[in-house]
Structure formats: structure tokens, C-alpha cells
Design a protein around this ligand. Structure first.
Ligand SMILES: Cc1cc2nc3c(=O)[nH]c(=O)nc-3n(C[C@H](O)[C@H](O)[C@H](O)COP(=O)(O)OP(=O)(O)OC[C@H]3O[C@@H](n4cnc5c(N)ncnc54)[C@H](O)[C@@H]3O)c2cc1C
Length: 324
């Protein structure tokens, strides 16, 4: 690896790049958990991010790209390398085609669309995080996910800017090609929306926001759902037979159902606990660590495995653990 001071100098020389040494990632995650990043770099334009990424890639250091930190478990030891964040956040439109830079908050995009009388994202109101990560994890809620509106995604592949159609992005439930190719970094997205009365869209969004805030209070240190739900058609017949029909939503069996049967609600590990009212929601009640979180996640997976023979898969993403 190139000497650290040399990397810092190279990064600091790039216009529109800010470099921080040793900042705590717990201040950059909604869980409020995570040790220091050796280097933390924010870039506010595409050329700046591209140049910073090239420095990171050619330095031989580990690097990881994060967004707003709302879906991350960062190791207590932090990240031994370079953490990069793309913060360009412009949103614009031409008729019903909306373009958003990846560093924009998804909520800003939802609000922009509603204010411009464009239907398509209003049910995603209240999902925290950035547009780039929403593409990476195909974010969605209340029967809609972002892929349904994607026309093209522009991304960085080393120093080249490329673009994919929605089909090429290989979107599935909470999946995209960008989860498989973590070195491809989303820069912007074009979304095809449908004109609709703004007041009607705002009413839908307000109703959904009320429900969401009851489930996820604004100050709750959490990552939303810890585990992905399970696609019903992919479950073994003996498991399917055990699931009551009224818990099935949009062809999926909620992980919360299996977790609840396994006694997850209210479970604790150090400073983190499973919500009493939702078995797929873990939060940091104060003083929680990544070690506590991982121990609780392992215990929950083990219980569901033992009881149902099912392997739950985390929706949350890890930073600073082996291979991340
Ligand atoms: C209270 C709460 C409720 C939630 N509810 C929902 C919900 O209803 N539906 C839902 O889908 N999610 C939900 N989530 C999860 C979270 O909001 C999403 O996963 C969100 O997209 C994460 O955005 P972020 O910017 O915080 O990403 P981060 O948590 O910072 O990163 C997540 C992943 O995205 C990758 N990434 C970030 N930026 C880029 C980029 N530009 N290019 C490529 N990869 C990138 C990172 O490498 C990382 O692996 C919820 C979270 C919370 C805290």
C-alpha cells in the first residue's frame, strides 16, 4: 500500500474532496455503532469522486463506499482503509423523466417528485438513505420498489462512466447487479414517472409516513428490517404449509413471522435489543456495539434455522468485517 501520508496528500489535492483521518463511523451510521475509519473521504462532484476512487483503487488500500449509513453495521474496530462517500445531490427533470444524483437523499427525490406532480415514488416516503444506496439495494415499501421507475442508471466502473437499463441492473427484491459488483458505484439515476395530482400523491405519502413513524420513531438507532423477507415460491413445501395465509404479503413470507415464532421479540444482547412489537427490528438502546449486534443476529438466525430449517439473510450490509 502507498504510504498513508502520500494517499492523504493525493486525495486532499483533488478539488471538491474532503479528507478526514480517524473519524468515528458511529457518527455516520444510524445504529450509532462503528469504530474509526483510517481515512474518510467525501466527494461532491462526479470528477472528484472518480479521482478519489482512482486514488483508493491504485493505493492498494481496502476501500468501501457508504451512503447515509442507515443500513450499515460497522465493526467496533472501524475500517482499516478508505471509506468513500459521494455527496452530489442534484435533482432535475424534463417532463416526466427525473434525474437524481446518487448522493441525494431518497426523501428529497420523493418530495421533488410529489411537488412536481409525478407519481411513482410516493409510497417510498420515509425510507431513509441516499438514492445511490436505494438503487444498490432496490429499496422499496408498501408494494413498490425503485426499480419499477428506473429507466437508466449511470455508474462508475474504475475510471469509466457506464450506464445500464433497468433490465441490465438485474433488479430483484432488495437486489441489484451493484450488490454483486461492489466496485461499480452508482452516480445517478433516471426515473420514468407518471403525471398525477400533487395533492393526491402528498396525501398518500403523509398517510404512509404516519404509519412508518409509529414503527420507526425518528430517533430510533436502527437499520429498518435486519433480515430480508422470504420469497414464498422459493420456500420448501413443509415450511410453506406452516405459514398462515394472512401473514403473506406480495408473494413474500415476512422474516418477522419466523422470528416471532422463534421468540425473538424483546431479546437483548448487551446494548441492543429486538423491538417488543416487531421481531425483525433490532435497535441500539444505548451503548450497543457491533459485537452485541452480531451476537444477536447469529442467535436469531440459529433459532430460525433450528425451528424451521430456514436460512435468514441479512438486508443490512456489513463494513469493516472480513471481506468488507
Ligand atoms: C428506520 C429505517 C427504515 C427503513 N425502511 C426501509 C424500507 O422500508 N425499505 C427499504 O428498502 N429499506 C429500508 N431501510 C433501509 C435503508 O433505508 C436502505 O437500505 C437505504 O437505501 C440505505 O441508504 P444509505 O444511503 O443509508 O446507504 P448505506 O447504509 O450507507 O449503505 C448501504 C449499501 O449501499 C451501498 N452504496 C451506498 N451508496 C452507493 C452508491 N452510490 N453506489 C453503489 N453502492 C452504494 C453501500 O456500499 C452499502 O453496501 C430502512 C432503514 C431505516 C433506518
Amino acid at each position: 500500500m502507498t504510504a498513508r501520508t502520500e494517499i492523504v496528500d493525493q486525495l486532499a489535492d483533488i478539488p471538491n474532496v474532503s479528507v478526514f483521518q480517524g473519524i468515528l463511523l458511529s457518527d455516520r451510521t444510524r445504529f450509532g455503532i462503528g469504530g474509526p475509519a483510517e481515512l474518510y473521504v467525501e466527494a461532491s462532484s462526479e470528477p472528484a469522486f472518480s479521482a478519489a476512487l482512482q486514488v483508493a483503487q491504485s493505493s492498494g488500500a481496502n476501500f468501501s463506499v457508504i451512503g447515509s449509513g442507515t443500513n450499515l453495521i460497522v465493526s467496533d474496530e472501524g475500517f482499516d482503509g478508505i471509506v468513500l462517500r459521494f455527496t452530489a445531490r442534484e435533482i432535475s427533470s424534463a417532463e416526466a423523466l427525473v434525474r437524481a444524483e446518487a448522493g441525494a437523499e431518497l426523501q428529497a427525490l420523493v418530495d421533488y417528485s410529489i411537488d412536481h406532480g409525478l407519481r411513482g415514488l410516493e409510497t417510498m416516503t420515509g425510507i431513509p438513505g441516499s438514492v445511490g444506496a436505494a438503487i444498490y439495494g432496490n429499496a422499496g415499501a408498501y408494494g413498490h420498489s425503485i426499480d419499477q421507475r428506473v429507466e437508466r442508471v449511470r455508474f462508475l466502473d474504475r475510471s469509466a462512466i457506464r450506464s445500464f437499463s433497468a433490465a441490465e441492473c438485474q433488479f430483484r427484491y432488495r437486489e441489484s447487479v451493484f450488490k454483486k459488483r461492489k466496485d461499480w458505484i452508482v452516480l445517478s439515476v433516471d426515473l420514468r414517472m407518471t403525471p398525477a395530482p400533487a395533492a393526491e400523491l402528498r396525501q398518500t405519502a403523509d398517510e404512509i409516513l404516519k404509519l412508518r413513524l409509529a414503527k420507526y420513531p425518528a430517533a430510533m438507532k436502527c437499520a429498518g428490517s435486519i433480515f430480508k423477507n422470504l420469497i414464498l415460491a422459493e420456500l420448501p413445501e413443509h415450511v410453506r404449509r406452516q405459514i398462515p395465509e394472512n401473514v403473506i404479503r406480495e408473494g413474500k413470507a415476512p422474516s418477522a413471522y419466523f422470528l416471532e415464532q422463534a421468540g425473538a421479540k424483546g431479546m437483548r444482547s448487551g446494548g441492543v435489543r429486538v423491538a417488543d412489537y416487531h421481531a425483525n427490528l433490532i435497535y441500539n438502546q444505548g451503548g450497543g456495539t457491533a459485537r452485541d449486534l452480531c451476537a444477536l443476529i447469529d442467535e436469531l438466525k440459529e433459532r430460525v434455522r433450528a425451528r424451521f430449517g430456514l436460512e435468514l439473510e441479512e438486508e443490512v450490509q456489513y463494513v469493516g468485517f472480513c471481506a468488507t
